[in-house]
Design a protein around this ligand. Structure first.
Ligand code: FES
Ligand SMILES: [Fe+2]
Length: 408
């Protein structure tokens, strides 16, 4: 009788423990808003819950990459051999969402997930701290991430590669400013080498459509002004990546006389990346002030098409992307400002003016002075094939003559 009682008691206690180990993370509706949500546990682990749209299913695993500590919650979801995987933004290792296995041979711990009554629960023995409570922990993790970054990425190309593979635009902006600061302080000593991704990473829930499909309107309504600011933020995000891509892709460029690109080439493009990051942040903040946010509307990847077409030629890249598209963008900017002013949206006009002034200054200081006037040293080794450069510029101008101007 006593033995029976003890067995029942142990099994009842087990049930209680089991029940309390199923911890509530949040409602399905809330957690579906982002592909990955990151949580902390009381004993210092980070857990992420991933929502896989196609399978309409939640998964959970440790959020810190077992390779070198990359933030898996900022990675993209990709199909690898028929299995949905999270791909680490730092070195591209994949981890299966269902069992944490990686084709690299590494294994990431996973957790059981249950959906009951519209809520998501994860089975974890250490107490999970709520989203709001963990904000401080995330900030602390970000500053310790800075320290980890010091150890993991030591060349400029490592950094450029890492930023191109960062899908979250806010994180892209943060890293861009951090790298600009390190570079200006002389803390990055090597240019290095890397193979950048064919296309910079983007959040998987971004609604991407073909370039011609987005109608921006003429700023006559609040909705149209939000649409215009949203497209400009999208272009600024691409502009950040274009700067890091030219650094990463052409870091080992040598002229026909065997000269490497001088340090100033890299300094100039880091400066451009920093300015574009500032512009993205101004626009995304303005969108929030207008009760929207970046990612709320459709975007297109049109600007990257020219980058892909010029991925094998530095001269073509400079001519097509940085001369033709920049110039076309600058052409339409004053008209956009005028339309916003006409509607009395002075706050947006103020920020558009800052962006326009910055873009004009950079365009003249770096591209016009360099390419046309020979006043920027790093252009000099490139000057010999100037005819080729002008040929690219003219060809693109002709090709895009009838197209809608692309704004940067
Ligand atoms: S840190 Fe994740 S793959 Fe290297
Ligand atoms: Fe910009």
């Amino acid at each position: 009788m006593e033995e029976h009682f003890e067995r029942d008691l142990v099994s009842a206690l087990k049930d209680v423990v089991e029940q309390t180990n199923w911890q509530l993370l949040g409602s399905v509706d809330f957690l579906k808003q982002k592909i990955c949500n990151r949580f902390s546990t009381e004993d210092g682990e980070d857990v992420m819950v991933v929502f896989h749209k196609e399978k309409n299913k939640f998964y959970a695993m440790d959020a810190t990459c077992p390779h070198e500590g990359g933030p898996l919650d900022l990675g993209d979801i990709e199909d690898v051999d028929g299995h949905p995987c999270i791909v680490c933004p730092w070195h591209d290792f994949d981890f299966r969402l269902d069992n944490g296995k990686s084709t690299s041979g590494l294994q990431q711990p996973t957790y059981d997930v249950q959906v009951t009554d519209g809520n998501v629960y994860v089975y974890e023995t250490s107490t999970i701290i709520g989203l709001e409570v963990q904000k401080e922990k995330i900030d602390a993790a970000c500053s310790s991430l800075d320290k980890t970054e010091d150890v993991l990425a030591d060349s400029l190309c490592d950094w450029a590669n890492k930023i191109l593979r960062t899908a979250d635009p806010e994180e892209k902006v943060r890293l861009t400013h951090a790298v600009e600061e390190k570079w200006n302080a002389g803390e990055i000593e090597r240019i290095g080498l890397c193979s950048p991704p064919d296309q910079p990473h983007r959040l998987t829930d971004l609604n991407v459509v073909a370039p011609g499909k987005i109608k921006r309107g003429k700023a006559g309504t609040l909705a149209s002004r939000i649409q215009i600011l949203h497209s400009l933020a999208n272009i600024e995000q691409w502009a950040i990546d274009l700067s890091w891509d030219i650094i990463a892709r052409f870091s080992s460029f040598v002229t026909e006389h065997g000269a490497a690109l001088p340090q100033d080439f890299f300094s100039d493009f880091i400066r451009v990346a920093g300015e574009e990051a500032k512009h993205y942040k101004m626009l995304s903040t303005r969108l929030q002030e207008l009760s929207s946010h970046f990612g709320a509307l459709q975007v297109h990847n049109g600007l990257w098409q020219s980058a892909s077409e010029t991925k094998d030629s530095l001269l073509a890249r400079l001519a097509v992307v940085h001369m033709v598209h920049e110039a076309r963008g600058l052409d339409v900017h004053p008209k956009t400002q005028e339309r916003f002013r006409h509607q009395g949206d002075e706050e947006s006009v103020r920020l558009l003016e800052v962006i326009y002034k910055d873009e004009i200054t950079l365009f003249f200081q770096i591209f016009v002075n360099g390419m046309y006037c020979g006043k920027v040293d790093w252009y000099i080794p490139l000057m010999k094939p100037k005819d080729e450069l002008m040929k690219h510029t003219r060809k693109t101008q002709e090709k895009t003559e009838n197209n809608t101007a692309t704004n940067t």
